[in-house]
Design a binder for this molecule. Sequence first.
Ligand code: G3P
Length: 214
Amino acid sequence: MELYIDTANLDEIREAHDLGVLDGVTTNPSLIAKEGIDYGKRLAEICEIVRGPVSAEVIALEYDAMVKEGKMRAEIADNIVVKLPVTVDGLKACKALSDEGIRTNMTLCFQSMQAMMVAKAGAYLVSPFIGRLDDISQDGTELISQIRTIYDNYGFATKILAASIRHPKHMLECALIGADVATVPMNVIKQLMQHPLTDNGLKKFLEDYNKAFA
Ligand code: G3P
């Protein structure tokens, strides 16, 4: 399973990159707004740190403007993936950009037919938001499972990028279902390596050692 970090914060990206297991980065307008920096400038900075796919979301809502903005973002670096919403205009823009060899990440996916349509349009990634479905008492991981089945049934090459991951259990469920990628905030990446028995066991090992040899 590939691991992306979901942030536009450079310190977090460097920290995750230094772990040696980071495959890519996802950003969105909210994450950029939090940083208060020009989107294009920040994307260029991110692409200098991470060589894997870096998702850059378009702000435009209409087809022509989406394609234009997507092409502009794609020129920043060869690892930019243009992020588009799963709207009708987004679908058309996905097809147009994919046909030109520009990779796309189709975002804000909340039902499996959206995922099937964008796969037909040649999307590189689809981003089902599992945490936000859970927030409204729907089953986020069930959506991942449905998309996995549909993609496997028809041999679609689009990668399932599980997004809006809030805790390690989300990540575990996605890995068991077979999501290709998970994009995760830094706090959850750290939680993936935590267990109280690991901490307690380590403490006891060192206490025993120091008792015997100190
Ligand atoms: O980047 C998209 C997604 O991961 C957002 O997550 O926690 O705001 O629902 P969240």
